[in-house]
Ligand binder design. Structure first.
Ligand code: PMP
Length: 410
């Protein structure tokens, strides 16, 4: 098990944006995107219980649950993304996406950024540089990593620089005789530290991919389901229509359901090339949970709420940046926000130890958040979607006090 914090938290109960530990201490959850519509959301709990007490089986029978869900899910996508496979984890979804790319192109070369994470299957785990196993099946030969975007340090206002790096990687894969099959990216580059990007930033890279006959896979395991605020899917913000979109984490509010959406053409080719069956993926209980999440998001208008809260969060973080030199950059995309701590605003040297201390001190004061990014110095704040103004206020007031106290203690 890998846990957060120097002194891990033992959580026993959750409700909305709140968590309680074994000693009855209450924490404001500013980090978990899995309980997307709130911890123990009553609609989701009811859907799971009701379906579990009616029927749950493997996926070899007809069941209207999966059909109704996929219809409602694909209605949130643009043409030609109208068909889906449901899985249990985001890793499996990405694994299938890579195989689809092979089925379509007859090639195996995959491009990912050098600061990302896409999952834990043998194939997919090789995509994250920090995870590449020392032993393994030699899959590294099929990969090419491109430098992750870093809006604070590397000027690339229109994505042309990134596209050029992707082009170099495509050429390299082709020259090595492996051939280029797909580029896989999270459209908000959330694991990379969610750099600031103009709408449509990914377009030039997508064009390079298409010119080379490859597939664009958008991994929306973190960025999907309204998290990005202005759009339901983050790739829509990036102005691209991917060939495959993978999803997971928030999809079942904690119930293990994930999947991908693609075109009929790609699905058909995949089905011809690979035999695929998933015992649990898209079973009646999973689809009931996932349907309840979609209903809750749409009925409560949580996407618009995320857009509004994200803006407010950015304002509050910018105020803190005006007060504390150690905040080098403020970043936000929908309801994902954070700040990069630097030792010096000129050199932009990452304040990694300081960031760790802030995260741990916030936990001591009852606020759960985390840090990540290319330089491991970016606070990552990504609360359940019902996160409201009063919660933001508590978060920012506490963060203000914790930054002051951590600076003083240094
Ligand atoms: N893609 C991204 C962007 C992720 O962040 C993760 C999980 N952190 C995954 C894929 C893998 O999802 P899972 O853990 O459900 O396999």
């Amino acid at each position: 098990m890998s846990t957060f914090y120097d002194d891990p938290v033992h959580i026993v109960r959750g409700e909305g944006v709140w968590l309680w530990d074994a000693d009855g201490r209450k924490y404001l959850d500013c980090y978990n995107n899995v309980p997307h519509v709130g911890h123990c959301n009553p609609r989701v709990v009811e859907a799971i219980c009701s379906q579990a007490s009616t029927l749950n089986t493997h996926t070899r029978y007809l069941h209207e649950g999966i059909l109704d869900y996929v219809e409602r899910l694909t209605a949130t996508f643009e043409e030609p993304l109208k068909t889906a496979i449901l899985t249990c984890t985001g890793s499996e979804a990405n694994d299938i996406a890579l195989r689809m790319a092979e089925a379509m192109t007859g090639k195996r070369g995959i491009i990912a950024t050098d600061a990302t994470y896409h999952g834990n299957t043998t194939l997919v785990s090789h995509l994250s540089k920090s995870n590449v196993p020392e032993v393994g099946f030699g899959l590294g030969q099929y990969l090419s990593h491109v430098e992750a975007p870093d809006s604070y340090r590397i000027a690339d206002p229109d994505g042309q620089r990134f596209a050029a790096k992707v082009q170099e990687a495509i050429d390299d894969l082709e020259q090595r005789g492996i051939g280029f099959a797909a580029l896989i990216v999270c459209p908000l580059f959330l694991n990379e530290g969610f750099p600031t990007q103009a709408e449509g930033w990914l377009k030039p890279a997508a064009e390079a991919v298409r010119r080379a006959g490859g597939l664009l896979i958008c991994d929306e395991v973190q960025s999907g389901f309204g998290r990005s605020g202005s759009r339901f899917w983050a790739h829509q913000k990036q102005g691209v229509v991917p060939d495959i979109v993978t999803m997971g984490k928030p999809m079942g509010n904690g119930h293990p359901v994930a999947g991908l959406v693609t075109s009929t053409e790609i699905m058909t080719r995949f089905r011809k090339s690979f035999r695929y069956f998933n015992t649990f993926g898209g079973n009646p209980v999973s689809t009931a949970a996932a349907m309840a999440v979609l209903e809750e998001l749409q009925e409560k208008n949580l996407q618009a709420h995320a857009a509004r809260m994200g803006k407010l969060a950015r304002e509050r973080l910018s105020q803190l940046a005006g007060k504390y030199e150690i905040i080098g950059d403020v970043r936000q995309s929908g309801m994902v926000f954070g700040a990069e701590f630097v030792l010096d605003r000129e050199t932009k040297e990452p304040a990694v130890a300081f960031t760790d201390r802030v995260v741990n001190r916030m936990r001591e004061r009852g606020i759960i958040l985390s840090k990540l990014g290319r330089h491991k110095n970016t606070l990552k704040i990504r609360p359940p979607m019902p996160f409201a103004e009063e919660h933001l206020d508590l978060l920012m007031t506490t963060l203000d006090a914790v930054i002051a106290e951590t600076l003083e203690a240094a």
